[in-house]
Design a protein around this ligand. Structure first.
Ligand SMILES: [Zn+2]
Length: 287
């Protein structure tokens, strides 16, 4: 069978889809219960195993929680952002995505997201943002580069959490997750980027001030500049990384016992991506 030809859905999948439609039609929400197993078996006229499989599908999708024992059953739950983000990242896992492509989106979306939260940040949000900037700053001299990147990404994740548009929040959150994934790739060499770190830190501080003043125009201006600046740093990092790879090739050619020999070409490309990413994500480091 050709790989892309759609297969016929299994009975359990049809039932799980039907239950999803029913949940929507009845406007059921978090904490509401589905009919018990016996009732579902009678309703669909199928075997217990099929109903259990259908419920398992809904559980894996994060739509219900299955509780065992007396008073147990299927309870509707609100799916979190993480499983959806993870599936999308899996989808993109084997595709080559460079920093330019990520920033093509970030330059637009992070700016819109930044503007959308003006006037919506609570005292707790401000405290979290301040703590994030302080953590970036106080570890500046000795902090692990990955941790620094994560902290920078964390700043943007905090803003995403306050965004009133769930779709915009999800896409920005997803892009940050993707940058974070790239940073944690093994063997990634993360050159120091103090200038970049410093710039990010400064932008974050200025953004917090603009949020306190509820100055929408300034927030828009700062975030746009911050993203453009980050993109430039990323491009410089990519160039540095490319140069380093050339040097590595020379060394490898001269010394066959070099540990560099153990690095495949693919590994190097991955490392290169990770570098790039880590740079771009400077905004966001920790979560
Ligand atoms: Zn940032």
């Amino acid at each position: 069978m050709p790989r892309d030809q759609p297969r016929r859905p299994k009975l359990a999948e049809l039932i799980s889809s039907d239950i999803k439609r029913w949940i929507a039609a009845e406007s059921l929400g978090e904490g509401d219960r589905l009919p018990n197993e016996k009732a579902l078996i009678a309703l669909y006229g199928c075997a217990k195993g099929t109903i259990r499989e259908a419920l398992k599908i809904l559980e894996v999708e994060g739509l219900i929680t299955l509780k065992t024992g007396p008073g147990g059953g299927a309870v509707i739950s609100q799916p979190g952002m993480e499983p959806a983000s993870r599936m999308l990242r899996n989808f993109l896992h084997f595709q080559t995505i460079d920093s330019q492509q990520v920033y093509q989106l970030r330059k637009l979306l992070e700016v819109e997201l930044a503007v959308s939260v003006v006037g919506l940040l609570s005292d707790a949000d401000f405290a979290a943002l301040e703590a994030n900037v302080a953590a970036c700053h106080c570890h500046h001299d000795d902090i692990d580069q990955r941790r620094q990147r994560f902290l920078e990404l964390g700043f943007h994740q905090l803003l995403a959490q306050a965004c009133p548009n769930p779709l915009l929040a999800f896409v920005c959150h997803f892009l940050n997750d993707m940058l974070r994934d790239l940073v944690v790739v093994k063997k990634a060499y993360l050159p120091e980027r103090k200038q970049f770190d410093h710039a990010n830190c400064t932008y974050h501080r200025q953004l917090i001030d603009a949020y306190r003043a509820e100055d929408t125009a300034r927030v828009r201006h700062l975030m746009r500049e911050h993203m453009e600046d980050a993109e430039r740093h990323m491009a410089a990092l990519e160039a540095e990384m490319a140069a380093q790879m050339l040097v590595s090739d020379d060394v490898a050619a001269q010394a066959t016992s070099s540990p560099l020999d153990a690095l495949t070409h693919a590994d190097r490309l991955v490392s290169s991506n990770a570098l790039i990413t880590s740079r771009g994500s400077d905004h966001d480091r920790n979560q």
